[in-house]
Design a protein around this ligand. Structure first.
Ligand code: AMP
Length: 364
């Protein structure tokens, strides 16, 4: 069976690497050559909306998925009549627009942050009055890793935030004084089977995920996350992996955003779970039985951002798993990640903190 994938980044690469042992083949579509997935699988090169390329994809693939959230809906319009798409388009369209995403959370009674749409300077002033400060102004579409966001702390920040972001549809939301951030990743199969991975606790730096620890043991939060993921996935009759990122405020979850795909905070599942998020996404969209989402030990995943530490030094660390995405170094760019799996949470915490310190001080 050949799986078609729109977008050939590192998530696509890890999907392919997880699919080969199952005997799956892949065909990617992306704009340029040499992408992380193109290095390991055949790729069609060109525009996401090129009818000839989309035609080839539909003809050669049994099911089409995406590794990138901002796939143009025009591409899916062209594919829809000719190919099976999973996860469902409507889930992707919702995740592409922060306003629709927040409206969905509200509709499903999933606690979320107070937000207001902003399309003009006057709207922004009204939002500051209605919701208050401090707050975050975000582009409704195309934001990622903290890009397209401005924090407003005082009234004098209004004009600057408008100058930076104004002109595209925006969303104003209260700046949440969260205690920490977690994400929940679940998979749903074609017959509605559902399984959730243990919670991940995530540490961001400059808006980019830096460190994930899993399992994050909190039975109450995990039970709430399970209910929320189930609601969203049943609502869409979802097939594949879905992630929701939450703020934890005074012991409660507040949904921030969702990703209708495998997620950076789930990379630890490659070595730290019985079945990885990548394999389970493929099993779901290919109509195969889902694999166990149970953790094996206590994992820490560190993103390698901007520059790659020396491979010699990293691999000298016992039991360290290195994933190099084959990308050119650039400030702020995710170039790879590493995972360690330990017998106890404390051992994983100590080792992750030590590795992070050594990487940040460029000792490795
Ligand atoms: P997002 O693109 O919404 O995931 O935002 C990236 C990161 O910025 C989040 O993981 C948080 O660390 C931070 N952030 C975003 N929105 C808020 C908010 N309303 N309050 C506090 N921090 C936020």
């Amino acid at each position: 069976m050949t799986i078609g994938v729109l977008g050939a980044g590192q998530l696509g690469r890890m999907l392919a690497l997880a699919g080969y042992p199952l005997g799956l083949d892949f065909l990617f579509l992306d704009r340029e050559a040499g992408t992380p997935a193109h290095q390991v699988a055949p790729s069609l090169l060109g525009s996401f909306t090129d009818p000839a390329l989309l035609g080839q994809l539909a003809e050669r693939c049994s099911v089409i998925t995406f590794d990138w959230e901002n796939v143009p809906s025009e591409a899916l319009d062209q594919l829809e009549a000719r190919a099976k798409i999973a996860p469902p388009r409507v889930a992707l369209a919702t995740a592409q627009d922060r306003l629709l995403e927040k409206a969905l959370f509200a509709q499903l009674r999933i606690p979320t942050n107070r937000t207001q749409a902003v399309d003009s300077h006057a709207d922004l002033q009204r939002a500051v009055r209605d919701i208050g400060l401090p707050a975050v102004l975000k582009t409704r579409r195309l934001g990622y890793d903290g890009k397209g966001q401005q924090v407003l702390r005082k009234a004098a920040d209004i004009d600057k935030a408008w100058r930076e972001l104004g002109g595209v549809p925006l969303l104003y939301e209260l700046h949440v004084p969260f205690d920490y951030e977690v994400s929940a990743i679940a998979v749903r199969g074609q017959r509605g089977e559902f399984a959730m991975y243990p919670l991940n606790r995530n540490l961001h730096k400059d808006g980019i995920l830096r460190l994930t620890r899993a399992p994050w043991k909190s039975p109450t939060l995990e039970a709430a996350a399970r209910r929320y993921l189930r609601k969203v996935m049943d609502h869409f009759d979802y097939v594949g992996v879905l992630t929701i990122e939450f703020f934890v405020c005074r012991g409660r979850l507040l949904a921030n955003e969702m990703a209708p795909r495998v997620h950076n905070s789930g990379h630890w599942t490659i070595e730290g779970a019985v079945t990885s998020q990548f394999e389970n996404h493929l099993r779901a969209i290919a109509g195969l039985p889902l694999g166990s989402t149970a953790a094996r030990g206590h994992s820490a995943m560190l993103n390698l951002i901007g520059s790659m530490p020396a491979q010699q030094a990293l691999l000298a660390e016992p039991g360290l798993h290195l994933h190099d995405y084959g990308k050119a170094a650039r400030p702020g760019r995710k170039l790879g990640h590493l995972t360690i799996v330990e017998a106890t949470a404390r051992a994983a915490d100590i080792r992750a903190a030590r590795l992070l310190r050594r990487i940040e001080s460029r000792k490795i």
